[in-house]
Design a binder for this molecule. Structure first.
Ligand SMILES: Cc1cc2nc3c(=O)[nH]c(=O)nc-3n(C[C@H](O)[C@H](O)[C@H](O)COP(=O)(O)O)c2cc1C
Ligand SMILES: C=C(O[C@@H]1CC(C(=O)O)=C[C@@H](OP(=O)(O)O)[C@H]1O)C(=O)O
Length: 389
């Protein structure tokens, strides 16, 4: 299974095409729209999110609520496009208007300058339109389809916030999946504890007031993945590495860790590895889950715990960073009209969905079936096989 996204931030629409899903899997647009609305809701976002109401239209690959086995295309319209028709339309602009609207001031921390150098764009709008995290809406749409597949296989994926600007959420390992999902679905900063929620919201509001930005840590937690999914044989099929790559591919993500993560560097082996046990009902299991559900590029059958680090948003409303105009070569400090102050809660939803996509993809590689009921049966049989192994 693979997917492709297309679309510019202020262009007409975003498009997602997903290929490789089996036929006869239940899929409703409501499942996708629920995820899209969650991505929009986190505290700390700027004015753009008040303009957009992300809703996906399924334009192919689904009929009467079931997948057909053909590519699925999803369209999300950009409501902001109506304000940008002259700048983003396909018709050529006259030279004078073009000169007035050309972007020549690259923002540190964004893709502007490197993208301009790579493609030779002297108008950096040609870069920023696509490098914008608007694209994560299209990725969440793909991930929502993957989450639907996983749900029907008994696998639940949930994303929430671990840390914002140094304020840490409660330890989630002791919480049930339902409690985690409650935080993920209902809290404006995706935490369970109301005191921490308030502290985080205050920190975001303070950053906003100062015209600065803040980052944080998000976590994705997965229950129900059977052991042995992924590969120890091929470097590019190791599932933990694919997940790590997909997390760092989210805009502004700079690092990833599984389980105790970087802490493993400071602990002895006796305090890092997860001992193996067995009982008649569940088969093999681990007495701890410090490695976050992976050994040898494959799942262990324990919950997957993966965290990602999001840097602060690079566009700063009142504290613009130093840069150089690519036309005049003069130094400048950028003025900004709008930007998010913190997108960590929203990004936790993005991370949840990119991880879900990698999991669903790995399952389909290991159990290739054209018909969804056959995939369900294959997973059921595999679960029984490993339980009795
Ligand atoms: C959900 C989300 C919203 C974002 N909103 C903004 C924003 O409003 N302004 C901004 O400058 N960057 C924003 N970013 C981050 C930039 O898109 C990102 O830093 C940029 O594309 C450069 O990529 P890099 O940080 O991965 O190197 C956002 C990221 C995410 C995930
Ligand atoms: C549009 C989204 O996020 C955008 C990501 C983004 C950036 O530079 O990455 C900049 C902002 O857009 P604008 O420049 O239009 O204000 C965010 O709102 C979205 O998440 O749907």
């Amino acid at each position: 299974m693979r997917y492709l996204t297309a679309g510019e931030s202020h262009g007409k629409q975003l498009t997602t095409i997903i290929e490789g899903l089996p036929a006869r899997m239940p899929l409703l647009k409501e499942d996708i729209n629920h995820s899209l609305l969650r991505r929009q809701k986190g505290h700390g976002r700027g004015k753009r999110m008040q303009i957009e109401k992300d809703l996906a239209e399924i334009t192919s690959g689904v009929r009467h609520g079931y997948t057909l086995g053909s590519p699925i295309s999803l369209v999300i319209h950009n409501d902001d496009f109506k304000h940008w028709t002259d700048i983003m339309g396909e018709d050529p602009m006259d030279d004078e208007s073009k000169m007035r609207r050309v972007v020549t001031k690259p923002r540190p921390g964004h893709a502007d300058l490197n993208g301009a150098l790579k493609y030779g764009h002297r108008d950096m709008r040609n870069v920023l339109e696509r490098s914008s995290a608007r694209e994560t809406a299209a990725r969440v749409a793909a991930g929502a389809v993957a989450k639907t597949l996983l749900k029907h296989l008994g696998i639940e994926v949930c994303g929430f916030v671990k840390e914002i600007a140094g304020i840490r959420a409660e330890e989630m390992t002791s919480l049930t999946m339902e409690e985690k999902q409650h935080a993920s679905e209902n809290s404006p900063v995706r935490v369970l504890d109301k005191n921490v929620e308030k502290e985080m919201m205050d920190a975001i509001d303070a950053a906003k007031k100062e015209g600065d930005s803040i980052g944080g840590v998000t976590e994705v937690y997965v229950e129900g993945m059977p052991a042995g999914i992924g590969s120890y044989v091929h470097y590019d099929r190791k599932l933990d590495s694919r997940i790590a790559g997909s997390v760092v591919s989210i805009n502004a993500y700079k690092g990833v860790e599984f389980g105790i993560g970087f802490e493993a560097a400071r602990e002895n082996g006796s305090k890092v590895h997860d001992e193996i046990a067995w009982d008649k009902d569940q088969g093999y299991y681990r007495t701890s889950n410090r490695l976050g559900g992976f050994e040898g590029g494959m799942t262990t059958g324990m919950p997957i715990v993966v965290r990602g680090v999001m840097k602060p948003i690079p566009t700063l409303m009142l504290k613009p960073l130093q840069s150089v105009d690519i036309e005049t070569k003069e130094p400048f400090k950028a003025t900004v009209e709008r930007s998010d102050a913190c997108a960590v809660p929203a990004a936790s939803v993005v991370m949840e969905h990119v991880v879900a996509f990698e999991l669903a993809k790995a399952i389909l590689e290991q159990f290739p079936h054209d018909q969804f009921p056959k995939l369900q049966k294959a997973i059921e049989d595999y679960r029984e096989e490993i339980r009795c192994f």
